[in-house]
Design a protein around this ligand. Structure first.
Ligand code: CMX
Length: 439
């Protein structure tokens, strides 16, 4: 067994003991009440899931194992000559709860490089799709095609003890994460670069190799990828991609099947696809007005027109957050260092200055502040990655780190199949009548 796996198992065994005690001694404690409105409206705020890798505070934003994004940027190991965190380090932190050393991170980089070979039938599956197929559809299908490689599915078929599930899920997790950049880059080069593919460079870290295979051998872009792949990785357990992966995994579907479910959820415009929608919305504004730098007054009018047309302002709002997303702020800081004069970046900043007040004035939008998707497109465009319908695939590659680390935890802790209770409206009406009669 590799030492990261040993360490994970030791930490998970301790945590499993803790949880057993919690359930034995406090299992009957009530966490919260559930209202009828919550049942109808997306289960907002119902505490009904355990996710060990990260925790979201509605005002402060995400913390990974207790560390905020600014803390991660400082504490996680960096690449040589770089200052952004290596996502390998965040994966180690989410898996073991400990900040990794440089050596730990290099070990994970090397492991993923060794496992990165993608079988030919996965490329053949991608090639069977029309080139016009949305990159997120190609990506999800490619992940399903890779399911032939699942060690968990094979072992389960042969018959394994419940105690061993975590081991095979861990192995599948490491292999799947290792291969995702190659698959994503293949889809990119196929769709936008006439199928001129670039072979991986096993000497590079996970993000720099991904940037290289996409066709961007530039130090500053590799740094952006390291930051991007770190900050998009996890956002506690209730968001659509994390929850879908966890839910499907609870049926003991293997990590490939589970992650594909997460990715088809990430492909929705209210979730990950918003990064594509944001930049389209900004470019439409620039085109309509014939300027790359519209004034704040023009932006304000465009926001009002978007709302009046019954559309959402993409990149703004959140189901849990109630302040500016620290993932937005991290990208803004990166842009201030690397491309403060870029007109689209400046437009993103001007939207940030005018949108919250307008959104707040509607009286119904609970969070008028920007989320992670409000900034990423402008940065990618700056470096020449201009094909916005690919942006959610980048998000997906990153999201694998969080949701698959969580899946390892789910199996190591022996979580059961997920099965919340649903009701019918007739049931709710009878419940109301009965409660009123007894009151
Ligand atoms: N623009 C316009 N209207 C918005 C809005 C926005 N950015 N955000 C919320 N609203 C509207 C909702 O559509 C809802 O309207 P109705 O009552 O008419 O249905 C009302 O305000 C209340 O919604 P809410 O409670 O504030 O927000 P929800 O928790 O229901 O939804 C989210 C959250 C993210 C789906 C929503 O804010 C939204 O659609 N934002 C734009 C899309 C986006 O940026 N998504 C990315 C989120 C981050 C990610 O997952 O990647």
């Amino acid at each position: 067994m590799g030492y990261v796996k040993d360490k994970f198992k030791a930490v998970a065994d301790e945590q499993a003991k803790e949880i057993k005690n919690i359930i034995a001694e406090h299992g009957e404690m009530v966490l919260d009440k559930v209202t009828i409105a919550q049942a109808y409206q997306g289960m907002r705020g119902i505490p009904g899931l355990i996710t060990e890798t990260s925790l979201l505070d509605s005002n402060e934003g995400i913390r990974f194992r207790g560390y905020s994004i600014p803390e991660l940027r400082e504490k996680l190991p960096h690449a040589e000559g770089g200052s952004e965190p290596l996502p390998e380090g965040l994966f180690y932190l989410m898996l073991t709860g400990e900040v990794p050393t440089q050596e730990n991170v290099e070990h994970i980089s090397a492991t993923w490089a060794r496992r990165s070979h993608v079988p030919n039938h996965v490329f053949a599956t991608i090639e069977a799709l029309p080139v016009s197929t949305h990159p997120m559809t190609q990506f999800s299908i490619a992940v399903l095609a890779l399911q032939t490689e699942s060690k968990f599915a094979k072992a389960y078929e042969e018959g394994i003890s419940k105690k061993e599930y975590w081991d095979y899920v861990y192995e599948d997790t490491m292999t799947l994460i290792a291969r995702l950049p190659r698959i994503a880059a293949y889809i990119y080069r196929r769709k936008y670069k006439n199928g001129e593919h670039i072979q991986p460079d096993g000497m590079l870290d996970w993000s720099a190799n991904f940037a290289h295979m996409l066709g961007f051998d530039n130090h500053s872009f590799a740094e952006l990828m390291r930051l991007y792949l770190t900050i998009h990785s996890d956002h506690e357990g209730g968001n659509v991609s994390a929850h879908a992966t966890h839910l499907v995994g609870s049926a003991l579907s293997d990590p490939y099947l589970s992650f594909a479910a997460g990715m088809t959820g990430l492909a929705g415009p209210l979730h990950g696809l918003a990064n594509q929608e944001v930049i389209r919305w900004i470019e439409e504004l620039q085109e309509n007005l014939g300027t790359l730098e519209p004034s704040k007054e023009q932006i304000a009018q465009y926001i009002k027109d978007t709302l009046a047309a019954g559309k959402v302002v993409p990149g703004y709002g959140h189901a849990v957050l109630r302040k500016t997303d620290p993932r937005f702020t991290a990208q803004m800081e990166f842009a201030k260092t690397h491309c403060p004069e870029n007109p689209t970046v400046k437009t993103v900043w001007n939207v940030y200055e005018v949108a919250p007040a307008i959104l707040e004035s509607t009286g119904k939008i609970k969070n008028p502040w920007p989320n992670v998707d409000a900034h990423s497109g402008a940065l990618l465009k700056h470096y020449g990655l201009v094909e916005e319908d690919f942006y959610t695939v980048l998000f997906g590659v990153s999201r694998a780190l969080g949701v698959l680390a969580s899946l390892c935890w789910d199996r190591a802790l022996g979580f059961p199949i997920e099965r919340p209770k649903s009701m019918t409206t007739e049931w709710v009406q009878k419940f109301i009548a009965k409660s009123q009669a007894t009151a």
